[in-house]
Every structure is written in C-alpha cells, then in structure tokens.
Ligand binder design. Structure first.
Ligand SMILES: [Zn+2]
Length: 289
C-alpha cells in the first residue's frame, strides 16, 4: 500500500537535506515523527508564535547605526576551567559553564554572565545550518553563547524582559585556522554524548576564547528576539557578530553532523539541520555596529 505522508516523510527526510526537521513534519502528522523532535508546528502557540521571535534575516541596509553604544566588554572567556559539562540536550551539544565569564556595555542594561554555549548546524558539507541569515546568506554553523542577567539561573532569567543575552557567531572556512586546537578538543567530546541526556564532564580542555580564535567583536547586529527552541521566550537581546569564526576545513562540520542523535542511536535520527527557520522581523528595529 502507498505510505502515509507522515511515514513517507520520515523515510525520505534524509534525501531532503535543505529542510530542517523543525519544519519538515506536516502538522497533520499525529505527534512527533519517531526520533524527530517535535517541529515548530507543535510548539506552544502562546510563545512560539509571538511577534519578537528569532532567528531573523539581518541586512546592513535594513539596520540603523548604533553609534551611541558603549564598547562591548567581554571578560573571562579565555578561562579554560569554565566549561564543566557537555550534554546532548536533544537540540544540540550544550556546554555548561561555571560562572566566570561576563558581558557588559554595548546596548546592554547591566552585567550578563555566560551560562552555556551550543551550536546549530546543517547536514553535511553542502547544506549550511546557521540560524540567522547575514546579507541573505546562511553560514555553515552558528555558535550561541547564552548569558543571563546578573548570573540568574536560566529559569529565572527567562521571566525578565531583559533577562537573556545571546552572542551569536557564524563559522566560515579558512586555512590555516587560528583556533584549530580548541575545536579539536571540543569536538572530541561530541562522540561521547551521542544520545539525548548523555553528558560528559570537562576538565580544563578548551576555552570559549580558544574556539572564537581571532574573531573581532567590533561589528555586530543587535536586536530584541527570543530563544529559538521552546518555549521561545521573548526575553533575548541578540548580538550577532558580522565577522565569522574561522575553521580550518569543512570536514570539521562533520564532527557535528555525524556524532549525535536527537534521541537514541537505535531510533537512528541523526542530529542534523538543528536550526529554526527565519521568523518575521515585523516592526522590530535592528541596530548595527
Ligand atoms: Zn541556539
């Protein structure tokens, strides 16, 4: 008999790599497709369909200069003892940080403590998976460093209008890469957390600054948006840097696309295309430095 659209989609999704699993499940399908995360259509309407959602497409000529901003200050990011744990949280490989790196200045109203970082990626070498689009282009991967106001725990920060700041960095290819050793160290943990809820302690192996390499943080977009996974709370000041992190080769992306599963290895859904599609900017103003 012919396959139902849901089953056919599940079987064929490996051959439609440009679609994110977040968008490839028809709303008519009964619940999440086995092994796939529930897509945006099943996300809580109350939150994930608001008017201040992320990611968005960012354009220099549709943004406003933020010449009045103070210098963005970043401290402690070079400390290799901050990363304490790598976890497969079912959306990405999430690295928890102990307090010690913080952010202030720019257009921010206070001090924000780095709590964790993770990446979004596509599927293989030809299918990029960054979340924000810069000048209409999707980079291969996007690194998010999540901060909370005054070091509040995440569950408290998401209740404040200005509770969360995310630094977003695109990745691009360059030979040689100034941050090769740090990425080797970080990606060596991915194979240790293949399944959801797997976690692995980290002991001084790599620092955030090491992963950023020589990237300059002078130029960025700044806008008000949301978390890009449920509950999509609209509490995030986004700082999206215009200069990418340089990685030595595209096979680096393979460390991400081939190491992790959304759920279990036996369900076999590889964690690929873990990015949310761009959301409408609406009336929001984007500032540019
Ligand atoms: Zn993210």
């Amino acid at each position: 008999p012919p396959l139902s659209p849901c089953t056919a989609l599940m079987l064929s999704s490996d051959s439609v790599p440009t679609l994110s699993p977040y968008s490839s499940v028809p709303s008519s399908c009964p619940g999440p497709v086995a092994g796939q995360p529930p897509g945006p259509k099943t996300w809580p309407r109350k939150h994930c369909s608001g008017r201040r959602q992320s990611p968005v497409a960012l354009w220099a000529d549709r943004s406003v200069p933020a010449s009045h901003f103070k210098v963005l200050e970043m401290s402690g990011y070079e400390n290799p003892t901050l990363p304490i744990k790598v976890t497969n949280d079912g959306h990405s490989a999430n690295v928890n940080l102990r307090p010690g790196a913080w952010l202030s200045g720019g257009g921010l109203s206070g001090n924000y403590t780095a709590q964790s970082f993770h990446l979004h990626w596509g599927k293989g070498l030809n299918f990029p998976g960054a979340e924000h689009l810069l000048e209409g282009t999707r980079a291969s991967m996007e690194l998010h460093v999540v901060h909370t106001k005054d070091g509040l725990p995440m569950n408290k920060a998401v209740k404040l209008k200005d509770g969360v700041v995310v630094l977003a960095f695109m990745t691009n290819v360059s030979d040689p890469s100034p941050s090769e050793a740090s990425w080797n160290d970080f990606t060596s943990f991915l194979g240790l957390v293949p399944e959801k809820d797997n976690e692995q302690p980290v002991f001084g192996n790599f620092s955030l600054k090491g992963l950023l390499g020589a990237v300059k943080t002078l130029h960025y977009y700044f806008y008000q948006g949301s978390l890009t996974t449920p509950l999509c709370q609209e509490v995030v000041s986004w700082i999206v840097f215009r200069e990418p992190i340089l990685l030595s080769s595209l096979p680096r992306v393979r460390n991400f696309t081939s190491s992790l599963f959304y759920t279990t290895a036996s369900e076999g859904r590889r964690m690929v295309n873990n990015f949310r599609p761009a959301q409408p900017l609406g009336r929001r103003k984007v500032l540019r430095l």
